[in-house]
Design a protein around this ligand. Structure first.
Ligand SMILES: *Cc1c(COP(=O)(O)O)cnc(C)c1O
Length: 394
């Protein structure tokens, strides 16, 4: 996470002095318009729109793309619950796809989960681990599916030469406090398609037919909600954006140090990555869940077993598992032509991987020497875990 401090604080003064805090109170577009222009340049994408959250960005993208009742949307079984909740907000239903050892959607399982009702895929770049976008885009093109990348947890990361979020039809980003850059709460949607962009912008602002967006004159106004961002968020994000690439560079340097140290350890496997040259997230995989559990318990801060990051595991998404919505009649599960099932064994491969995998923080704000010292200590500790541990399933 990029730190929020004095420079963000100073960037707020002119916004307060102007009194123009709302998205559309500043004729010039204000800090938000500046942020969106810089984001487009840095990310190499045509259109960007800041929003009140990453969830709002996902929902707006789905609605803009025409996803709705009767449609199935493929989402990974390991992600923040917002990814699976977004299709429901658009009237569609999420279908769970297993992850593989890269902690992202398993392309093989995507192929197994596609039905005639599948309309879109939301691949999630999880904890700065990027998806296998070549395979996903190939499958999507062959099956005529829309791709909305959820890059909320990987803002700025690259897959090969491109930034994640700019490869699919849409990309969604989050700027909440736990993400790579943040303004407390916030998000953005990006696309290269002018028409899709106009629709997402209309949806995020109850139709926005009063805003003078002449570029969407040919798009009939449609109803929407209010996911607008404010200029305070814009001012903070302008400062944060400058910190993004230096922070990712620090993460990658530490990733390489850690990988070299753990690669010599035969008790565990260093987690694979879909683009190891750009890797900025580190995980290790044990043979048994008991070893992973023990390793996480014995490590000091900065290590956790993925299965224990409970809310990111589909078996804990109660409102979705129980298929319960605000009003019983406004329930997208009533609008599908087959019964959608979220039984615990739906994604057994995902549970098995999460139980055996620990994530280790890269310590991007620590000196490299300290990171190397901690990694050596952790690696030694992993070696000392007894091998004859009881084969527990949890
Ligand atoms: C954070 C996050 C979101 C939603 O972001 P908010 O800004 O909190 O709404 C969506 N998907 C993933 C994978 C996330 O981590």
């Amino acid at each position: 996470m990029a730190k929020v401090g004095l420079r963000e604080w100073m960037a707020l003064a002119p916004v307060f002095a102007s009194g123009k805090l709302a998205r559309y109170s500043d004729e010039s577009g204000g800090p938000l318009a500046r942020f969106e222009a810089d984001f487009c340049t840095k990310f190499g994408v045509q259109h960007a729109l800041t929003m009140s959250s990453g969830t709002g960005a996902l929902i707006s993208a789905l609605v803009a793309a025409g996803v709705g009742p009767g449609d199935e949307v493929l989402v990974p079984a390991y992600t923040w619950i917002a990814t699976a909740a977004a299709p429901l907000a658009a009237g569609a239903v999420p279908v769970l796809v297993d992850i593989d050892h890269t902690l992202t959607m398993d392309p093989q399982d995507i192929l197994r989960k596609i039905t005639p009702q599948t309309k879109a895929i939301i691949p999630v770049h999880m904890s700065n681990m990027v998806c296998d976008m070549d395979s996903i885009m190939r499958i999507a093109r062959e099956s005529n599916l829309i791709v909305i990348e959820d890059a909320c947890q990987a803002v700025g990361l690259r897959y090969k030469t491109r930034r994640v979020g700019t490869i699919g039809d849409f990309g969604a980003f989050s700027f909440n406090q736990f993400k790579n850059i943040n303004c407390g709460e916030g998000g953005a949607v990006v696309t290269d398609d002018a028409r899709l962009f106009a629709r997402a912008r209309m949806y995020h602002d109850i139709g926005s037919m009063f805003r003078g967006h002449h570029d969407n004159a040919s798009e009939p106004p449609m109803l929407g909600v209010n996911f607008k961002a404010n200029q305070i968020q814009g001012a903070i994000l302008n400062v944060q954006l400058k910190k993004l690439d230096p922070m990712i560079a620090r993460m990658r340097e530490r990733y390489n140090v850690m990988r070299e140290i753990f690669a010599k350890n035969t008790r565990l496997t260093v987690g694979p990555h879909n683009d190891v040259g750009n890797a900025a997230g580190f995980h290790v995989i044990f043979e048994t869940s008991e070893e992973a559990k023990r390793f996480a318990e014995e490590s000091k801060r900065g290590v956790y077993r993925l299965f224990d990051s409970s809310r990111h595991v589909y078996t804990n998404w109660q409102p979705i598992l129980q298929q319960r919505t605000g009003h019983p009649a406004m329930n997208p599960f009533l609008w599908t032509d087959r019964k959608i099932d979220y039984a615990p064994e739906t994604c057994a491969q995902t549970l098995d991987i999460l139980k055996r995998t620990c994530r280790i923080s890269l310590g991007e704000n620590y000196p490299v020497a300290l990171v190397a010292y901690l990694a050596r200590r952790m690696s030694k500790q992993a070696k000392s875990i007894p091998t004859n541990l009881f084969y527990a399933t949890i």
